[in-house]
Write a protein that binds this ligand. Sequence first.
Ligand SMILES: *Cc1c(COP(=O)(O)O)cnc(C)c1O
Length: 462
Amino acid sequence: MTPVLPLIKKQFITTQYNAPEHFQVYTERQIDKIEALKQLSEAQRFEMKVVANVLPFRVNRYVIDNLINWQNVPEDPIFQLVFPQKGMLSDEDYNQMASVLRSTNDRSVILKNANEIRLRLNPHPAEQQSLNVPYEDNEPVEGIQHKYRETVLFFPGQRQVCHSFCSFCFRWAQFIGDKSLRFSNTEAQKLHQYLAKYKSISDLLITGGDPMVMKTDHLVAYLEPLLRPEFDHVQTIRIGTKSLSFWPQRYVSDKDSAQLLLLLERMVKAGKHVAIMAHFNHWQEMSTPIVCEAISRLRASGVVIRTQSPLLNHINNDPDVWARMWREQVRLGLVPYYMFVERDTGARRYFEVPLARAWEVYREALKRVSGLGRTARGPSMSAGPGKVEIQGVSEINGEQVFVLRFLQARNPDWVQRPFFARFDPEATWLDHLKPAFGEEKFFFQDEYDAMRNKQVSPRVYE
Ligand SMILES: *Cc1c(COP(=O)(O)O)cnc(C)c1O
């Protein structure tokens, strides 16, 4: 192939990827068509179908053929990352769906039961719909969440899907086809109007779904106008994506790969900081030649690739896995950014890890890498009031406590103030924690309650 990107240094381009690769995907109706699953028993495949009728399931061939070690199934971390497991539902919910599937093929009955179960799985954690969506002229601005003063999240309506689905996805409710639960916005214009109006916004974070599922043409429509002077305050464009893991071909051999890289390069040359927020959960996802090629090409376009992942039981609940992942990322020129705590939604029961353990994994992993690998902050809970980091476990005046701080908050003034919760070895989320030292509430509680009662958007802090 002739190098499609003249601006990329020649040595970054290898010639082995010369034809677009066919993207083939399987969903819950096609579980029996996945050749690799034939090594499992009928009963195991039935379990998968039960779960996949409640939680979204979608996997593509690249993941099946390249990222999973099939000798190590079901323990393989990437198998756990994409394929449904029985333990993802409670026994009660599992049994309800299993008996429905055994007794009927009627889609409407299956769907009715699925929806009942889904509502029990906290589909919209952290007040995302009630508190994060801004209002303009008394109308919600669809497709936008504006929780923190500097950063706007945008959910492009063009494509609210991913190349494969993560079994732990906290945005799973978007993918189950119920429109009222779905976030989307086909109107690039509305986004641009909103951004132009609020000069405190320095960061646009395009998320989804996976924005990189979109054709480059659509991305151009969202991004290119941001080069106009009225958007000078929008310094940084972040794109949240799992594509480096699930479909690195996006940057290498798709029909519009070159245009995509050129778009990113154009944004960078025009003075924007473009950050690819790459979602990697395990070093195994960074082990194929094509992901390395994709990373080279992206970096040559001038973007910065930062990485983030939740800490997940069955996938990466091991400091060695994180240390190796961060070392590998630094080697490839990526910047570790966040370690998240698995959110209180969906299949959390299967993936959650006690906060005390999360801190231990973080600390142990950090100890094993050089300073350049220690740029990931966390473990961080994206909770209603903000991103709360577990800084550690300590003893103060004879009381064992968690030391906490906000990395990001609905009120910017809450950020970086240490606060303390009673140590609880079982707690897995902020709402399990009680203030230490016999105090009644955390310092932010009254103000946060007031925001919830009044539905105040963060713009009040301008
Ligand atoms: C994490 C997050 C952001 C980005 O926060 P940074 O601290 O700038 O990385 C923005 N909005 C929401 C809703 C978030 O959860």
